[in-house]
Design a protein around this ligand. Structure first.
Ligand code: SF4
Ligand code: SF4
Length: 349
């Protein structure tokens, strides 16, 4: 059966469909903010752990949360190269690689859904442009040719990382980097990036925040190399937003609402690496069964809940697999941190 003809077969009444779309919106917000809180919790816990070291305590107040390694994507890329060369996961920050691989697999399966369902930066960017909408009555659009050019920046940054780390770094350099004290305390350096913010960092973050008020997802759309990588991986995802042109009124609500600035109203399927799978277009369409996130191989109309379930389950499965396989906790002990943290300021590479 053609998925586009199945809309007439669906027995869902308009009120139920509207309720489902509202519930879908609420659930994504719930997942986003739960994850944000979890990340903040990880940051606080790691801060307390480091504080124990700084205060000279014989034992940590709390154990170190391995999830903090999610903030080390460049090291994770180096760790990936080590894994590819040796077949082993480097033990110093194994969770960095587990989180990285989980997110890439999520993109291969369910679009760039990490960006719109989990990533704290994505959540805060979305909150910023919604605040901007309230303050100025709307968000602003960048002149399309310039928009296209700016979108290329994140792919350029990604290319630099791929060339310098995956392609050019020798096996010997990779091993040296991962065994060095710099990599061991890179999590501490990352914490200091937020807690001991330099003036330059503060200015850059302020500029990005202001731009995010005016322009939807400014960082994600133009500058995030991680998002660029996930976008390229997402091309392989079987899930695509599909539009039934026969039921579409051409109202353009989907296009206006899309945080990635995609022309949803004029496509039959969205294959763009910019689509984050946020389902905002689906929840804004007022027609029944016109827009849906469907796997390309599945012809029947799927329940609206399948995609969110896949997103949450793949993420949970990846992290659980890392934990169960013993590739989650760092090999570094509290004593190692006591020895290394006094050196942090002097470690540059
Ligand atoms: S096309 Fe739809 S799912 Fe994709 S980014 Fe735009 S609003 Fe989100
Ligand atoms: S919101 Fe729905 S009806 Fe309106 S243009 Fe988009 S797909 Fe068509």
């Amino acid at each position: 059966m053609n998925p586009h003809t199945s809309r007439t077969v669906g027995s869902v009444n308009p009120v139920t469909e509207t309720k489902r779309k509202t519930a879908l919106r609420t659930i994504r917000i719930f997942v986003q903010y739960s994850f944000l809180l979890w990340v903040v919790g990880i940051g606080i816990r790691f801060g307390l752990f480091i504080n124990s070291v700084d205060s000279g305590a014989a034992a940590p107040l709390v154990s170190r949360p391995p999830g903090v390694e999610g903030f080390l994507p460049i090291g994770a890329l180096t760790s990936l190269k080590y894994w590819l060369i040796t077949g082993k996961i480097h033990p110093v920050h194994p969770a960095a690689l587990v989180i990285f691989l989980t997110i890439v697999i999520m993109s291969l399966v369910a679009k760039k859904s990490f960006c719109s369902w989990h990533c704290p930066v994505g959540t805060l960017s979305e909150a910023a442009h919604k605040l901007g909408q309230r303050l100025f009555g709307r968000n602003f659009l960048i002149w399309p040719p310039l928009d296209l050019l700016l979108r290329g920046i994140k792919y350029l940054l990604l290319a630099l990382f791929v060339v310098f780390i995956l392609l050019s770094m020798s096996a010997e350099t990779v091993v040296k980097f991962l065994n060095a004290p710099y990599w061991a305390v890179s999590d501490v350096k990352m914490l200091h990036f937020f807690t001991h913010m330099s003036k330059t960092t503060l200015v850059i973050l302020t500029i990005l925040t202001v731009l995010s008020l005016f322009y939807k997802m400014f960082w994600c759309r133009y500058l995030c190399p991680y998002g660029a990588l996930l976008g390229l991986a997402s091309i392989a995802s079987p899930f695509k937003i599909r539009r039934d042109a026969s039921g579409c009124t051409g109202c353009r609500r989907c296009t206006t609402a899309c945080p990635s600035g995609l022309e949803v109203h004029s496509c039959t399927a969205i294959s763009s690496p910019e689509c984050t799978g946020c389902l905002t277009c689906v929840t804004h369409c007022q027609e029944r069964n016109v827009l849906a996130m469907q796997p390309v191989f599945w012809k029947q109309r799927l329940s609206i809940w399948v995609f969110p379930a896949v997103v949450v389950l793949v993420f949970a499965a990846g992290i659980t697999a890392g934990m169960v396989s013993g590739n989650w906790n760092s090999s570094l002990s509290y004593a190692d941190y006591q020895r290394l943290i006094p050196l942090v300021k002097n470690l540059t590479h």
